[in-house]
Design a protein around this ligand. Sequence first.
Ligand code: PMP
Length: 420
Amino acid sequence: MTASQPPEHRPGSEPGRHNLDPHLDRYAARTAGMTASEIRALFAVASRPEVVSLAGGMPNLAALPLDSLSTQMAELISEDGLVALQYGSAHGVPALREQICEIMAMEGISAHPDDVVVTVGSQMGLDMVTRLFCDPGDVVIAEGPSYVGALGSFAAYQAKVVHVAMDDNGLIPQALREALAHAEKQGRRVKFLYTIPNFHNPAGVTLAVERRAEIVEICAQHGVLVVEDNPYGLLAFDGQTYPALRSLDPDNVVYLGSFSKTFASGLRVGWVLAPHAVREKLVLAAESATLCPPTLNQLVVSRYLETHDWKGQIKTFRENYRERRDAMLSALEQHLPEGSSWTHPDGGFYVWVTVPEGVDTKAMLPRAVTARVAYASGTGFYADGFGSRQMRLSYCYPTPERIREGVRRLAGVLESEMEL
Ligand code: PMP
């Protein structure tokens, strides 16, 4: 084919097919699963200053000690620059992996630093774990709703997501049993349960401690791995920590951790703790993806943990988020119309709202943005189109005043929607 051929004969330009992308016929089959998330698409509009955005999940970093961090980064470069600016191992900086083990001990996990792999955020961990385990058509069980970035990874590897219901105490063990039995009856291969036990994104609920042993036991009985994603675990408003699923069955749980919510999301430092054999495969997968995580960023995190009162810093973050959670819950109570309900998070960033019957949150979103408030509509958090009566509201970033104003605007939009 030559450039002189008429456009109607070029790939992707057959009648009825959009011809904006001349590479359309070249993509691998799995690329079809890669679609822009509704939430990411919204970011541009929602970030206009006049819009109160309750849509994004950006951590509020205002309380970070920027002056001492910048001094420390300068020291790091001058004292250790030739290491900090050099390639490192795909496994991650050894000192940081030891510190990560100390952090996980707070959740009852006893881990060896060799079994920790440092990643570029826990998102990379999610991607690698899916890459290692999922062939096209394999089933991943996930809570319904679930984290949009995880659904993106599962779609990219053509895994089929089966959602399992939650209640105010998190994932329902009986619903998990039924989903596993159903998948087995259909002859499908279930590869893992993906679960966010603490301060769920987007549902805001926490898995009850008494359910935890039961969940890991059900998975072990069915020969299904558990992938425990825990970026919010240290952000309980009362400072409590919950036993990690990993602490209950170390041989069958892959744990994903992150410094994004407890320190700085832009450094992109997270980790995976995996059973020994899986860890070896993860290091190989990490090598082929990035060669190594950024050495400088790992050393910044490591020095920060060594020299700063990081636990005190997390306490400050928790207090900020708690104040914002309180503002959101009281505004919802005050303004939302009858027929609405919502979850009551004890930590983390999110409230999951169910709106009155007849309202479609995705269809309503443009009208909400016109009314200068944004949220994340529920369907983006399901792989199967469910969630049209739900929305996620994030209280992490705006001030309490803006949160109150945003909820007031939202209630106004909901009321006019109900009159339509
Ligand atoms: N898992 C969950 C549940 C999340 O909410 C997020 C970030 N929003 C991530 C993983 C990814 O976090 P990061 O890559 O920044 O560590």
